[in-house]
Design a protein around this ligand. Structure first.
Ligand code: NAD
Length: 403
């Protein structure tokens, strides 16, 4: 909270959840393994074993420094790897505090390591030939640079990158519920989440009503000290990010999007010099505008109209990203059709921003490579070895089989 202004009411439940990550992967350490393969070859037993990859470099961002680290650390250790963590230069302290717990718990030296520093430190780690795997969460641009550098020594790479996720509201749904879901999806964590539902696609027939309700709700969001449990939206994490978000708001205005609410810092003197930005709602956004195509990573939502289901799918998928998507509908058949047509690693129906250690999370397209969480992630931290054992009583002479 002190490093990045994350809300107490978010970090408290998140931190409690971190222990559950440890328990879940401790269980998987004993149950995740290879398989016996019934190959059609006589007199052999064939099976696979899962072995650790080796040295894992875990490079993390600033927005959820502990949560996103545990997504990597727990499965990497459960699979038997050692880990070198390179936390974000914006939030190194949370990671160092966590690392202290590993010392306290009696982990052998060298199993969990932390090196602090900025991008150059991350670059040096990725380029090091003795790093066997890089597990990265951060921006798409950095992810591409990492994939290229790791390719030089063919280190395994998993990438959890950015998003511009569509949250799609059909006319058949209870609009008040949808507004609550949309607000939680984009203004939670001050919009600084990879899965933010930052493009809200609304069916034409309810667009005006939905926009009015969303603005009414945005007006009620309580900005304040992140440490105050009553605060609903805190500050942007640091000045560079704050300037970037304000810059995108200016771009939105210049592009001709209609500013329906927010659009800058609040005027409340009680908020002092904090890096606050009002929850900002842009209406009549065209999906070709930069504010609809680029990740803003702040409390800014773009409302986009659609005509029908096909139009919604077209707009939703018309993006470089594919991290997540939300669908708000009471029509179960439509929900299933949409799930099948949306190009995203997670689809939420009538909910948003739910994750769990037991279920895979990751991106299609430029939102990443590989998956975190669940059984799926254990495959990312292991090499598979095939074992062949001959059960025949004798070995035939290969050059004189009849002898
Ligand atoms: P970033 O890419 O700037 O930095 C992430 C980490 O990479 C930091 O530790 C940084 O020091 C390091 N780094 C920077 N340049 C590097 C290089 N060339 N080689 C190796 N390491 C390098 O991202 P950020 O601003 O810290 O985080 C915000 C981004 O993270 C957003 O784009 C967001 O969508 C993404 N994110 C994704 C997920 C997900 O699960 N998909 C979750 C959270 C955040």
């Amino acid at each position: 909270m002190l490093e990045n202004g994350k809300l107490f009411r978010e970090t408290q439940p998140q931190t409690k959840m971190l222990a559950n990550f440890c328990y879940y992967y401790a269980g998987l350490a004993e149950s995740f393994g290879g398989e016996t393969v019934p190959v059609s070859v006589p007199n052999v037993v064939n099976y696979t074993v899962r072995e650790p990859i080796g040295v894992v470099a875990a490079i993390t961002p600033w927005n959820s420094p502990l949560g996103l680290l545990m997504w990597k650390l727990c499965p990497a250790l459960a699979a038997g790897n050692t880990v070198i963590i390179k936390p974000s230069e914006v939030t190194p302290v949370a990671t160092l505090e966590l690392a202290g717990l590993f010392v306290e718990a009696g982990y052998p030296d060298g199993v969990v390591n932390v090196v602090t520093g900025a991008g150059e430190t991350g670059e040096a780690l990725v380029a090091h030939p003795q790093v066997d795997k890089v597990a990265f969460t951060g921006s798409t641009a950095t992810g591409k640079a990492i994939a290229k550098s790791a390719a030089d020594h063919l280190a395994r790479v998993s990438l959890e990158l950015g998003g511009k996720s569509p949250n799609i509201v059909f006319a058949d749904v209870d609009l008040d519920n949808a507004v609550n879901g949309v607000v939680a999806g984009v203004f939670g964590a001050t919009g600084q989440t990879c899965m933010a539902g930052s493009r809200v696609l609304v069916e034409d027939s309810v667009y005006d009503e939905f926009a009015a309700k969303l603005v009414e709700k945005a007006k009620t969001i309580r900005l304040g000290d992140p440490l105050d449990p009553e605060t609903e939206m805190g500050t942007v994490a640091f000045k560079g990010q704050y300037d970037k978000v304000l810059g995108y708001i200016e771009i939105g205005k210049e592009e001709g999007a209609k500013l329906l609410f927010g659009g800058g810092p609040p005027e409340d003197p009680a908020l002092g010099k904090g890096l606050y930005i009002l929850p900002t709602v842009f209406g009549d956004v065209d999906n070709d505008m930069r504010i609809a195509r680029e990740e803003i990573f702040g409390p800014v939502v773009c409302l986009i109209r659609f005509r029908d289901e096909g139009d919604a799918v077209r707009i939703a998928n018309d993006t470089d990203f594919g991290l997540a998507a939300g669908v708000w509908t009471d029509n179960v058949a439509r929900a299933h059709r949409m799930i099948g047509r949306l190009r995203a690693g997670t689809v939420w129906v009538n909910t948003y921003r739910k994750t769990n250690y037991a279920t895979p999370f990751g991106g299609f397209k430029q939102s990443g490579m590989g998956r975190e969480n669940g059984l799926e992630v254990m495959r990312e931290y292991t090499e598979v070895k095939s074992v062949w054992i001959n059960t025949g009583a004798s070995i035939a002479d290969p050059f004189n089989p009849r002898a």
